[in-house]
Design a protein around this ligand. Structure first.
Ligand code: KIV
Length: 272
């Protein structure tokens, strides 16, 4: 199956909306550092998400809750320095926007000013409406995030599929429509039934990007470490591994250790 693809020099929030109306699927991956972002951007990704999943994959925390605004800005600024084409979206971390809309705006302004990111993402619907309005009023593009919202993991209790029950599904649909109405440029739907995600994508005009939300949405996002197979503990059904870097890197590093110990490295050509 050949993909519909327009040649964009630089991806903007407008390009994403255009892609949705042209039926071109949107590709999105996370990145948290300069070298990885350069590879991801060169490979032609549309959106790079500096996700708060950095808390897990970069810092080794069990949840996304501990990462700070300063740490997110550090990761985002490293990514921005590498990127020439992709739209860079930066997660507002837990605790940087929940208490009130002024704090949400202050945190978003810090991200935009200090990292050079192009947009912010935050988790939630109706309950953060005022914050979204304030951020948008300041001219900062906002991406929403509904379904499994990892910053609320202690409220949910588990990482299982969300919105399987009618009441939660109805709230999710209402929230998605509200985010569109407020002016968000796109929406991430995480780990919800495929039929519900498709229904949402068909009922709003902004692009819906799914993770564990099936193929009926307008684009897909994965965490880069997961799709490259850099860990082998995390294996949800929605994850497609494109490489087994955990094995490849472990083999390469073991070989290096052996070569150093055996004095095989460096050889005569590898010295001055
Ligand atoms: O932080 C993150 O990586 C995310 C994606 C899972 C969408 O929010």
């Amino acid at each position: 199956m050949s993909a519909i693809k327009k040649d964009y020099k630089r991806i903007t929030t407008k390009s994403l909306i255009e892609m949705k109306s042209n039926g071109e699927k949107i590709s999105m991956l996370t990145a948290y550092d300069y070298t990885m972002a350069k590879i991801v951007d060169t490979a032609g990704i549309d959106v790079i998400l500096v996700g708060d999943s950095a808390s897990n994959v970069m810092a080794g925390h069990e949840t996304t809750l501990p990462i700070t605004l300063d740490q997110m800005i550090y990761h985002a600024s490293s990514v921005v320095r590498a990127v020439e084409r992709a739209l860079v979206v930066v997660d507002l971390p837990f605790g940087s926007y929940q208490s009130d809309s002024k704090e949400a705006l202050r945190s978003s302004i810090r991200i935009m000013k200090e990292s050079g990111g192009h947009a912010v993402k935050l988790e939630g619907g109706k309950e953060i409406k005022e914050s979204i309005k304030k951020i948008l009023n300041a001219g900062i593009p906002v991406m929403g995030h509904l379904g499994l919202t990892p910053q609320s993991i202690y409220k949910f209790g588990t990482y299982t599929v969300r919105a399987k029950e009618e009441q939660e599904a109805e709230k999710l649909i209402e929230d998605a429509k509200l985010l569109e109405h407020l002016g968000c440029f796109a929406l991430v739907l995480e780990k919800i039934p495929a039929h519900l995600a498709k229904q949402v994508a068909e009922s709003i005009s902004i692009p819906v990007i799914g993770i564990g939300a099936g193929g009926g949405v307008d684009g897909q996002v994965l965490v880069i470490h997961d799709m490259l197979g850099m860990n082998n503990e995390f294996s949800p059904r929605f994850l497609r591994r494109y490489m087994n870097l955990y094995e490849g890197m472990t083999t390469a590093i073991s070989q290096y250790v052996e070569d150093v110990k055996s004095k095989d490295f460096p050889n005569e050509k590898e010295q001055y």
